[in-house]
Design a protein around this ligand. Structure first.
Ligand SMILES: O=P(O)(O)OC[C@H]1O[C@H](OP(=O)(O)OP(=O)(O)O)[C@H](O)[C@@H]1O
Ligand SMILES: O=c1cc[nH]c(=O)[nH]1
Ligand SMILES: [Mg+2]
Length: 219
């Protein structure tokens, strides 16, 4: 796997990451969602540099400009719920992309420290020969990313696969590195060292879905 940790170089991205982590700024859920969206824009801009491009000509009012545009069809797939604001950021740049949505949630059994990933909802176009971007802001154990990717397999074989995430735990990065093909790319804005015994990233930011959309009842 090709791992691209974008925050190894200082940039304005640091400010957006600091704000989504800050427990006081998090109280403003609109700012939280907007920052996730902005981070999505930065990550997909970086990712776009690896796409294949084809030459095109643009006619201006005064002449011809020769340039290059991406030549692959892009499918954006986000993992509900927390993936929604990240999806909006990706779609702000890949405005002609097709879109897929998939749900994944942690189902806690009797023991609150053990859970399984449940995939229930899936809406997806054909992925055959296309560029698949699978997005989820949190890469904790990496199990949601793998479970959703497995669920997408009946929709065809993508030409290339890019995982996009905002904050990961080193354990989750290692897990996807081990379980995805070598030619898969991971684009991530920050990698934290630890995962606690409930599967939360430390220091991370807390529960991204709850911060974006409010607390949910366990069922
Ligand atoms: O890498 P993993 O260990 O699988 O954990 C990451 C998953 O946990 C979060 O979703 P959550 O289950 O909290 O659902 P939500 O988006 O509805 O809040 C997050 O958005 C990922 O989907
Ligand atoms: O730290 C974590 C782990 C999973 N999901 C989150 O929202 N946060
Ligand atoms: Mg989720």
């Amino acid at each position: 796997m090709h791992i691209h940790n974008i925050s190894t170089e200082n940039s304005i991205l640091n400010q957006f990451i600091a704000e989504i982590r800050d427990k006081n700024i998090q109280k403003d859920s609109m700012r939280f969602r907007r920052n996730i969206e902005r981070i999505g824009e930065i990550l997909c801009y970086e990712m776009s540099k690896t796409l294949s491009f084809k030459p095109i000509s643009v006619e201006t009012p005064l002449g011809i400009n020769n340039t290059f545009l991406p030549e692959t069809d892009v499918v954006l797939c986000s993992i509900l719920r927390a993936g929604v604001p990240l999806h909006n950021g990706l779609l702000n740049y890949f405005d002609n992309a097709e879109n897929a949505f998939i749900s994944a949630y942690r189902h806690h059994k009797q023991n609150p420290e053990t859970f399984e990933i449940v995939v229930e909802y899936l809406a997806c176009p054909s992925l055959e020969g296309k560029t698949l971007i699978l997005a989820d802001p949190m890469l904790a154990t990496g199990q949601s990313m793998l479970a959703t990717f497995e669920a997408l397999k009946p929709f065809g074989t993508p030409k290339e696969v890019h995982l996009i995430s905002v904050i990961g735990a080193q354990e989750g990065v290692d897990f996807v590195n081990k379980n995805f093909d070598d030619n898969t790319h991971l684009w991530i804005a920050a990698v934290d060292k630890n995962l606690n015994d409930k599967g939360y990233i430390i220091p991370g930011l807390g529960d991204a879905g709850d911060l974006a959309f409010g607390e949910k009842l366990q069922h």
